[in-house]
Write a protein that binds this ligand. Structure first.
Ligand code: BGP
Length: 467
């Protein structure tokens, strides 16, 4: 079968996030984030304070990305490095750190793709009610302004909020506490509404302030399959598809909250508050994203829950999810699993690319995809053949989707270099480059090219021709 080839300006790259990669948690005026002060640290790590020490290795790290041939690098800015208390004084040294990083990337013609927020709210804002406090919207808008003012001359690709849907639906696993409110469901959707407004305001500002700037959301999207041919399982699949995926993107693109979710919240007496004028902000023409970025790891297989169903813990973040009367996720016997029990579904990748393009008709960019495993450094080498296999299948399917006619701008897998996993600490590695530290021993942090490094380098060099 002959595939259409990748465009010549395709953004082949890799991803990281500040709190999982940077370290330097209190260096040069950085304020603490919720990740620095959190109590429920994942079991496989001391904390996120040193992480991969990119703060002191950034030049070497960019050189490795350049050696792989990266055309883009998606990373996040730590809000509290730039504005230590989230609002108020700007930290000049924080700006300098990111200016240096951006200039170094540009020196190698690597396009920076910046995530404005990736799970690391400034601790000072969290103390003040975090995302539940409506004041957060102005704080985020101000933060966006500082970013565009300082970096907008050189950075043209922006992402607002990483995995807003995961934070909102399963926030506890990424350190968000909804615990204090008496109506948890309402609080979650209120948080979501504040994030939506923050995103819309950032989009508007980007379109006003950044010449030729492009901005988009970066949710985690799963394709969903009915567990059986029973019509009711198809109903449940539709429920999950809306509640987990499209509810969030529909607001960004169409400026509307999906009826199914609003109706559900009404029935639960949990409708969130929308103040006068807020829907106008969400519907502002300048608030519309220029592309859809998304993270893809797995698919969902869905049944209508039995009354007796109880949530069971499967593996780390892959808990079987259910919502009474709406959906229940079940294991899919057709799929193999990663070392950490996540289902592997390359065809699902094609499915989701087609579905997103079909619904929104905007160019797509993949901001995460990848496989976590226990890598070992033996005689200076890391044999991660399983990672190469994983990428081979996913990239093949991405190419088929391209051939189906889907517009894809770039692929930035997780992760460029080893970092601390959100749920498993340093036991679970994702990078093309091994970082010599383990769970509780920081060792020398030296960098080592894995086998996948050389494989991916060749993919980029040949612009995916041999996939
Ligand atoms: C995504 C997050 C990333 C990353 C990844 C892998 O949800 O955006 O920050 O952590 O998942 O997850 P984990 O590290 O738990 O394996």
């Amino acid at each position: 079968m002959k595939y259409k080839q990748f465009p010549t300006d395709f953004l082949w790259g890799g991803s990281t996030s500040a709190y999982q990669f940077e370290g330097g948690w209190d260096a040069e005026g950085k304020g603490p984030s919720v990740q620095d002060v959190r109590k429920n640290i994942p079991k496989g790590t001391t904390d996120f304070k040193v992480a991969s020490d990119h703060f002191n290795h950034w030049k070497e790290d960019v050189a490795l990305m350049a050696e792989m041939g990266f055309k883009s690098y998606r990373f996040s800015i730590s809000w509290s490095r730039v504005i230590p208390k989230g609002i108020g004084d700007v930290n000049k040294d924080g700006i300098k750190f990111y200016n240096n990083l951006i200039d170094e990337l540009l020196k190698f013609k690597i396009t920076p793709i910046i995530t404005m927020f990736h799970f690391d709210l400034p601790a000072a804002l969290d103390k003040d009610g975090g995302w539940l406090n409506p004041k957060i919207v102005d704080a985020f808008e101000n933060y966006a302004k500082v970013l565009f003012e300082n970096f907008g001359d050189r950075v043209k690709h922006w992402l607002t909020i990483n995995e807003q849907n995961i934070m909102m639906l399963f926030g506890e696993i990424v350190g968000i506490d909804f615990g204090k409110s008496d109506n948890k469901l309402k609080a979650k959707y209120q948080v979501n509404h504040h994030m939506m407004l923050s995103q819309a305001k950032a989009n508007i500002l980007c379109h006003k302030m950044v010449k030729e700037g492009k901005i988009g959301p970066a949710p985690n999207i799963n394709p969903a399959y009915p567990a059986s041919t029973k019509p009711i399982d198809n109903t449940a699949t539709f429920n999950l598809r809306i509640m987990r995926n499209f509810f969030f993107l529909d607001v960004a693109v169409f400026g509307r909250y999906h009826y199914l979710v609003l109706n559900y919240l009404e029935k639960q007496n949990s409708m969130f508050e929308i103040k006068e004028g807020e829907m106008d902000v969400l519907n502002d023409k300048l608030a519309k994203p220029d592309f859809i970025a998304f993270n893809y790891y797995a698919s969902s297989t869905v049944a209508m829950p039995e009354k007796s169903f109880k949530e069971q813990k499967l593996t780390d973040q892959q808990v079987i999810r259910s919502l009474e009367g709406m959906y229940q996720q079940v294991p899919n016997d057709n799929l193999t699993k990663t070392q950490f029990g996540w289902e592997i579904d390359p065809i699902g990748f094609r499915n989701v690319l087609r579905e997103l393009y079909d619904r929104y008709n905007l160019p797509l960019i993949i901001t995460e995809n990848g496989i976590g495993g226990h890598d070992k450094l033996i005689d200076g080498k890391v044999d991660d053949q399983y990672r190469i296999e994983y990428y081979k299948y996913h990239l093949k399917e991405m190419k088929v989707a391209l051939n189906d006619g889907v517009e894809i701008m770039g692929y930035n897998p997780w992760s460029a270099i080893d970092l601390i996993s959100t749920h498993e600490g340093s036991t679970k590695r994702y990078g093309f480059v091994f970082v010599n530290r383990d769970e509780f021993d920081l060792k020398d942090m030296s960098r080592h090219r894995k086998e996948s490094f050389f494989w991916y380098k060749d993919v980029i060099k040949t612009n995916g021709k041999n996939l």
